[in-house]
Design a protein around this ligand. Structure first.
Ligand code: ADP
Length: 511
């Protein structure tokens, strides 16, 4: 197969102006700890630059953060937990407030989206969708489940009764990444609040602003001041202080496996707090030769690997494809991927923006260079813009060996690797052959095979697909739990609210 060269990245000087550019120029950046309902300067004096990855220009200076900021936020969150202003509300009342919160997120979707686009580069309409659809739907789902968390009661034995009671855990610490700043924040805020906890959130240093705005909106919705606090800053300073804080009762983290493991260690060596970890992924897209509509498979494969410029932990970056259909499928994938031209994320028509930061661009470049050095065959050669914008257009590698780092490790960029198989056993071994276990998809019309795969694919979320359409909202309230190095614990759906609660058994005896 011949090598195709992808379209060039946009030249940074030639950006058109849009209403979003005008709105961006009017933002008054304020990235400071939001504690007890108001902004307070960080105790840290050292700062770093919050950068727009579309231009690599600085947006504002942010304090690196300090353990004292975290101490103060946890102190306020504890006080509010103990005074019962939120934890003692009935679940139905908390649900009402959360429904209002969802409405406010929808009303302010443009503002939230603009902050995310400027700080981490996702195309503006995708950012609007994250806020308006994903975030609000999740908040409403959690509101709906808030008063439906029920336990069991045991059989009465004589005068003894036993039953379960779910209680909030107390002060929750949440640490979030930059790839879906609003949505992943909400994945933690909504179940934590629904269960009656108070919260200290540390957003990624690359994209702190939308979480701060969410905290303001939560208060407008009726969440009492100090129940939901935000401390921006760097990972090791603020995140580290939160994970090792002796008065935090649960840490919920989404991010890289390397950092997740550090957080587990800090949680263990401080007060032994439980952790919920959603970490890396290297998800397989397994395609058997009985699929009848390769165009649809190609659409889905490209969408999965290029969504958010490939910066999604569930991205299906490994194409495990039957040798009979490999060439036909890869051709279709290349055809579609070349149409993903990197563009200015502040234009409504852009569907593919820059990567989130110069660091991320360098990381993706290192993996691509390593793949080329290791002998993987680049059937679509993208392009990497070295300065003035973190643009990387899609890459597709064929003939990838299982031992190569581009097959094994999470790249978090627009890079797809293909490997063929002949038998079902080979397909399963390839699909399961990394340390990760987040998501796996298999395409086949043979439902017997589909059921075997559903069982044998080692991932928390398995999709078995014929060539038919998948309903866009299917599976939404169904919780899952990552496997292997992808983490553990559930966050979405009913199980999510249970994770943010503690399960107590009460035994009452005597007359
Ligand atoms: P990435 O490398 O893609 O930014 P990380 O896992 O490093 O992913 O970041 C996810 C979140 O974890 C961010 O909010 C980041 O600041 C935080 N973080 C990074 N390092 C640490 C650390 N040592 N302790 C606590 N939090 C951290």
């Amino acid at each position: 197969m011949s090598v195709v060269t992808a379209s060039r990245a946009p030249s940074s000087g030639a950006q058109a102006s849009s209403r979003w550019h005008r709105a961006a120029s009017q933002i008054k950046w304020r990235v400071e700890p939001f504690i007890g309902g108001s902004y307070r300067p960080s105790k840290a004096t050292e700062t770093f630059e919050d950068i727009d990855p579309a231009t690599e220009a600085a947006l504002c200076q942010v304090a690196v953060g300090d353990a004292a900021d975290v101490d103060e936020a946890v102190r306020v969150a504890r006080q509010r937990f103990v005074d019962g202003c939120w934890s003692e509300l009935s679940p139905a009342k908390r649900a009402q407030v959360l429904l209002k919160f969802a409405d406010l997120i929808a009303q302010h979707k443009d503002e939230l989206a603009l902050l995310d686009t400027l700080e981490m580069g996702k195309p503006i309409q995708a950012a609007v969708y994250d806020a308006e659809v994903y975030a609000t739907k999740l908040v409403r789902t959690c509101a709906g489940f808030a008063d439906k968390v029920v336990g069991v009661s045991g059989p009465r034995v004589g005068d003894t009764f036993s039953f379960n009671a779910y209680e909030p855990r107390g002060v929750v610490g949440a640490i979030t990444p930059w790839n879906f700043p609003v949505y992943v924040a909400v994945i933690k805020i909504a179940p934590a609040l629904a269960a009656g906890n108070t919260l200290v959130l540390k957003p990624s240093e690359l994209s702190p602003s939308s979480a701060l705005r969410l905290a303001e909106l939560a208060i407008e919705a009726g969440v009492p001041e100090g129940v939901f606090n935000v401390v921006p800053g760097l990972g090791p300073t603020v995140g580290g202080a939160l994970a090792s804080h002796p008065d935090v009762n649960l840490i919920s983290f989404t991010g890289s496996t390397t950092t997740g493991r550090k957080i587990m260690a800090m949680a263990g060596s401080s007060n032994g707090k439980p952790v919920l970890l959603e970490m890396g992924g290297k998800s397989p897209q397994v395609v058997f030769d009985d699929v009848e509509n390769l165009d649809r498979v190609a659409d889905a494969a490209v969408l999965s690997v290029l969504w958010n410029q490939g910066q999604v932990c569930s991205a299906h970056t490994r194409l495990v494809v039957h040798e009979n259909v490999k060439d036909a499928l890869v051709e279709r994938i290349i055809d579609r991927a070349t149409k993903h031209r990197p563009g200015d994320p502040l234009l409504d028509e852009t569907t593919f923006g820059p990567l989130a930061s110069p660091t991320q661009r360098d990381r993706v470049k290192r993996y691509i260079d390593q793949g080329l050095k290791d002998g993987a065959n680049p059937v679509l050669l993208g392009e990497i813009q070295e300065n003035g914008g973190c643009y990387v257009s899609p890459y597709v590698f064929d003939r990838v060996d299982e031992r190569m780092s581009i097959w094994q490790e999470e790249i978090f960029g627009p890079v797809l690797c293909a490997h063929t198989f002949r038998t079902d056993e080979e397909a399963i071994a390839l699909a399961n052959g990394t340390e990760y276990g987040l998501v796996a998809t298999a395409w086949t019309r043979d439902m017997g095979r589909g059921k075997r795969l559903a069982h044998r694919l080692k991932a928390g979320y398995v999709l078995i697909r014929t060539s038919g359409e998948e309903a866009p909202e299917s599976g939404y309230p169904v919780s899952s739990e990552p496997q292997k190095a992808s983490g553990f614990g559930s966050e979405r759906g009913l199980r999510g609210i249970e994770s943010y609660s503690t399960l107590k058994a009460v035994v009452m005896s005597g007359s």
